[in-house]
Design a protein around this ligand. Structure first.
Ligand code: GUN
Ligand code: ZN
Length: 429
């Protein structure tokens, strides 16, 4: 198979930047190269050395653009694309006013297919090459998404959103139907190409204990699937969970009692956690998707993502679109920085970049497949223009090192910074 060399600036992480000096977690090559063969990264290093060692490789020279792993969105609702940036509500009200009416429309297959294509085009334009998305209650919403992701060759996870209470009639299933339909979707799609299934109880308030238990049984039968749900996002929601699950020690316990907490479970938000919940997430190996634009937009609160990472909890970044207000992982990193500042902990650019790439991959149990520039990792890549607007360019021109050069793009960048995208080694944009 033909070898290809993609030349540009390279930033390759050797370790988790939360686990030590963040600036020392990655190697920077001002003139580097990524050797790609058959959809996989074969080597990463200085351009001169790799060109000499692989004289027959086809060269794609991206100049001084930064070659990075594609961004990974650890938590998104593709079906909410049409209601992004809806004004004036907090979580429960927002769900009832905007989200549930929108999701009712996904009974229509054409609507699901059209939105999946629209969403994936927006994601790719923003350099997002993998994602874990919620569907709606309708199995067709997941089938439409998987078909669209497969056409684009993406590594992606999705699941039918299960709800058997506290939602409109057209959006509810039952414990048995959630189990059976999810199981059928697993048989049809899980492990097909680059696709994976995520068992998806929406959140504790919209599932009975019986439905959560049925999905826990399903996970035990298919332990290589992900589980995704929401955890401790907004204070009104916490009070609701306490009323609905009087026997549970806390919010996480509602999931734990059903067998839904462990490695491969990824919980969105995780803001208002008790010490027990933090400890249990760490002990069980469950992951957290930090969704800062959403947490600011819906007014949920400030997640202690650095504190969770320090406990060893796998943490990744999620747009949570349409509760999140942007399709851009750059904008999402910027919001994570702002949330950190409000908590008194400025996240380093290395930490922000990690959350959007290798950290997100780890949170989805895919760290050996995606999210890093390293031999054997799938070649989902982006090339970033670190001077994509005049405002960014003039600031980046003063940078003393790569982190200073990167930070203006993190804080002010958008899809204009995404100069190229490769999926499994194929140039897609
Ligand atoms: N909690 C339950 N459902 C949702 C959702 O769709 N978005 C967000 N942000 N939180 C939720
Ligand atoms: Zn969400």
């Amino acid at each position: 198979m033909a070898e290809r060399l993609i030349l540009g600036q390279i930033l390759a992480f050797d370790r988790d930047p939360f686990a030590g000096d963040p600036a020392g977690a990655a190697r920077h090559e001002t003139r580097g190269a990524v050797l790609v063969e058959g959809g996989t990264i074969r080597a990463v290093g200085p351009a001169r050395a790799l060109r000499a060692a692989h004289p027959g490789a086809v060269v794609e020279d991206m100049g001084d653009r930064l070659i990075s792993p594609g961004f990974i969105d650890a938590h998104v609702h593709y079906a909410q694309t049409g209601i992004v940036a809806s004004w004036g509500r907090r979580l429960i009200d927002w769900l009832q006013t905007y989200t549930f009416p929108e999701e009712l429309g996904f009974a229509d297959e054409g609507r699901a297919a059209g939105t999946a294509a629209l969403y994936l085009d927006l994601a790719l334009a923003n350099g997002i090459t993998s994602m874990a998305t919620y569907g709606t209650v309708h199995a067709t919403s997941v089938e439409a998404f998987f078909a669209a992701a497969a056409r684009r060759g993406l590594r992606a996870w999705a699941g039918k959103t299960c709800m058997d209470r506290n939602a409109p009639a057209g959006l509810t299933d039952s414990a048995d139907a959630a189990y059976a339909e999810s199981k059928r979707l697993i048989a049809a799609w899980h492990g097909r190409g680059r696709l994976g299934y995520a068992i998806t109880p929406r959140f504790a308030p919209t599932s009975t204990p019986a439905q959560l238990a049925a999905l826990g049984t399903l996970w035990a039968e298919h332990p290589d699937c992900l589980v995704q749900s929401h955890l401790s996002e907004q204070t009104e929601e916490l009070a609701w969970v306490a009323r609905l699950f009087p026997a549970a020690r806390d919010y996480l316990d509602a999931y734990e009692a059903a067998g839904l907490v462990g490695p491969g479970a990824v919980f969105g938000h995780a803001i208002h956690l008790t010490p027990r919940e933090r400890a249990r997430l760490a002990e069980t190996g469950a992951a957290v998707a930090h969704c800062p634009t959403s947490n600011l937009f819906i007014g949920s609160g400030l997640c202690d993502v650095a504190g969770l990472a320090a406990l060893g909890i796998p943490v990744g970044l999620g747009t949570d679109t349409g509760g999140g207000s942007s399709f851009s992982m750059l904008r999402t990193m910027a919001a994570a920085y702002e949330v950190g500042q409000l908590r008194g902990r400025a996240l380093h650019p290395a930490e922000l970049w990690w959350l959007a790439t290798a950290g997100a991959a780890r949170s989805l149990g895919a760290e050996t497949r995606i999210g890093r520039l390293a031999p054997g990792i799938e070649a989902d890549l982006v090339a970033l223009d670190l001077a994509s607007t005049p405002a960014i360019a003039q600031r980046a021109a003063r940078a003393g090192d790569i982190w200073e050069a990167l930070f203006p793009t993190i804080m002010m960048g958008d899809d204009r910074a995404i100069a190229a995208v490769w999926i499994a080694g194929e140039r897609r944009r």
